[in-house]
Design a protein around this ligand. Structure first.
Ligand code: SAM
Length: 269
């Protein structure tokens, strides 16, 4: 009997499989997880990264949404106490539900492009893992690491960099995937700051402020802080907050560093 034909990749699940073994190994090496570590792999697919991790770490948790791929992984790792296959949407999976020590988790994934930002913020909700090594689209990486004052610098850069250290590790050309995507990618490392610099409530306030500021990124901070419906502070409070955070009210939001946004959110409160 001949083998069944391969299933076409599902675009709706962002399935671009990494077929270059050197890059697979390089990603796993960048994670640097060893026999004492627990690893969460997001979207293991056909096991491009999984096969370099299984047996080398203390516990490997695989979260895969695709029915067939999750089933195939469950069959492949059946009877392995060190590998757990979770057939679920990662965005609905809480880290403390899959690990007894989520703060020590190492997360890795070649993940779907269309949900990269939600995945990053999901992983940066609490509890936060030790480190996250992810494949992201080049232009998204540009936005995360963008220098202050550039057009790429925005709510994403500030949102990630106020709670984590970010590092762009290496480029991955589109030819390393099947099917070949329309863009190049890169591997990023995101290390949540320990201890957490802000309380959950402070982070919430900061997020709302940053979102409002970049919604009106062409306007001066004086106008944003006074007139944006999500901020709306009296002129005197705005002036004092600007003094405390160390910026001019004529500045536009892209002039403020992540640290200044933190100080501004505190001063406005
Ligand atoms: N890691 C494999 C590789 O490198 O070849 C597959 C990468 S592919 C870009 C993304 C994988 O994530 C697919 O296997 C897809 O089915 C899975 N996936 C898509 N959405 C997901 C979600 N919300 N939760 C978990 N896995 C998801």
């Amino acid at each position: 009997m001949s083998a069944p034909p391969p299933r076409p990749a599902k675009r709706s699940l962002g399935q671009n499989f990494l077929v270059d073994p050197n890059i697979q190994k390089k990603i796993v090496a960048a994670l640097g997880a060893g026999p004492a570590d627990e690893v969460l792999e997001i979207g293991p697919g056909k096991g491009a990264l999984t096969r370099h991790l299984a047996g080398r770490v203390r516990r490997l948790v695989l979260v895969e949404l695709d029915d067939h791929l999750a089933l195939a992984l469950a069959e492949e790792y059946e009877g392995r106490p060190d590998v757990a296959v979770v057939h679920a949407d990662v965005l609905e999976t809480q880290l403390d539900a899959i690990s007894d020590a989520p703060a020590a988790l190492n997360v890795v994934g070649n993940i779907p492009y269309n949900i990269t930002t939600p995945i990053i913020f999901h992983l940066l909700a609490r509890p936060r893992p030790r480190q996250i090594v992810l494949m992201v689209q080049d232009d998204l990486a540009d936005r995360i690491v963008a220098p202050v004052g550039t057009k790429e610098y925005g709510a994403l850069s500030v949102g990630v960099r106020t709670v984590a250290q970010v590092e762009r590790l290496f480029k991955v050309r589109r030819g390393a995937f099947r099917p070949v995507p329309g863009v190049d990618s890169c591997i990023m490392r995101i290390r949540p700051l320990v201890p957490e610099p802000l309380s959950a409530q402070e982070e919430d306030r900061l997020r709302r402020l940053v979102r409002a500021a970049f919604q009106w990124r062409r306007k001066q901070l004086r106008k944003i802080l006074r007139d944006h419906p999500d901020v709306a502070r009296p002129e005197s409070v705005v002036a004092e907050a600007a003094r405390q955070a160390g910026f001019d009210l004529e500045d536009r939001p892209e002039r403020l560093t992540p640290e200044q946004f933190v100080r501004l959110a505190a001063a406005l409160h």
